[in-house]
Structure formats: C-alpha cells, structure tokens
Design a protein around this ligand. Sequence first.
Ligand code: PXP
Length: 244
Amino acid sequence: MIELGVNIDHIATVRQARRTVEPDPVWAAVMAELGGADGITVHLREDRRHINDRDVALLRETVRCKLNLEMACVEEIVKIACKTVPDQATLVPERREEITTEGGLDVAGQKSTVQKMVRCLQDCGVVVSLFLDPDPQQIESGIATGCDAIEIHTGRYALAENDQARNAERARILAVGEMIVSAGLRLHAGHGLTYHNVLPIAEIPKMQELNIGHSIISRALMSGLKEAVAEMKRLLGTVQNNSK
Ligand code: PXP
C-alpha cells in the first residue's frame, strides 16, 4: 500500500502566530500516527518560520513511524540532520520570500553541491529524497547524484485550470516516474494534493509515498472545530456567577 507522509508544518505556523506553546507539532504527530500516518514530514527552514530545532529533536524521540525532514541543500541544516538522524531527508529549494516550496530543486544547476549533501546524509544513515519538478533533465541529474528516492513536485498538476492541462501534467509525472523507477529509486510525490485530486497521482504505477500537508490540516480544523467549541461551552456551563 502507498505510504502517506503527513506534513505538519501548518501546526507550527499556527503556534508561531502567537509565539506560544500551542498547538504543539509533537502532539499533532501523535494524532497523525494514531490516524494511520506512515510518515511525519516537517520542514526545518533556515528562517525557522514554523518548525524549530526543539520540534525536530522531540519528534526524533517521539515519532514511531518514518520521520522525514525536509531541508534546504545547505550545510547548517544538513549538519543538524546528521546529528538528529531522521529516517529520511528530503532536499528542497528554499527562498525566504516564498509562501511555500514553490518549485523543485535545481539539481541540474548545482550537481556537485547536491551530490555532496546526499553523500553526507547517506553516510549518517539517512535515506535521501530529492524534491524535483517533473522535468526529465532535472530527474536525470537527480538520479546521477546517487539519491535513494525522488519526490515529484505535483504543484503544477494541482493548480491546473482544466482537465486538459491536468491530464498533460499527469502524463509528465507518469513519464518521469518511469525514469525514477527504472533507475531503481523510490518514487514519491507531493505538493498541492487534496482529497479531490490525489487519486490519479496515487494510481501511478510504483508510487510509494505521498506527502500531504495543507489539505489534511485544513480538513482537521473543520472536523475538530465543532467539538472544540462544544468543549469550551461545557466548561463555561460549569460556572455559577449570577450573570442573569
Ligand atoms: N512535499 C514537499 C517537498 C513540500 O515542500 C511540501 C510542502 O511543504 C509538501 C510535500 C506538502 O505540500 P502541501 O502542504 O501542499 O500538501
């Protein structure tokens, strides 16, 4: 069965909105595991805008399924990964001003740097995945780095404005997926996947792992909000202050 990696960065984003202690991504990881997540994915950004070093250290101690650490291809973060030893590292591009990871890693343009980071992580016992656009040149360069897996960026598929554009994008993903599988690497995909668009991607032959964040966390807010309000009402119902 295809593995589901749940990206919980948004939990930390809500926490950082108040610079407080809740909601805690460590608690969210437990809940995701109880729901059947096969992996917990977090992105330790250089600017620490959501997930921070404390989260990564605690998640390493508490996560029982696969811990997948997304990171930029830079020494500072790779060093942290080598110390923490997540089960998997996913190398992604990072730009300070972006809202989310907007494109795949340009591995073709920086082969030797990526190769160095891949080796460094593998030497520490970490499985390495590269987050790449469904572009044959990037995929070829990615395979040449000696990485263990490639996660195809499904952002353009997710944002396609009509069926024709979506089908064309799926065909590109399918074609590079074959290249990845033929090279003996694990095939992963993610970004922008939702309850509405995930199945055609999950059905791609040999797809092994999907990483999904925004859609699942959004759904969780809606399925949990009613109960959270009811709990506050029950609590207030215990107060007798003669306000009427
Ligand atoms: N995979 C990678 C490499 C990502 O950077 C992200 C977003 O942080 C995701 C998957 C999840 O994307 P989404 O939140 O749109 O589901």
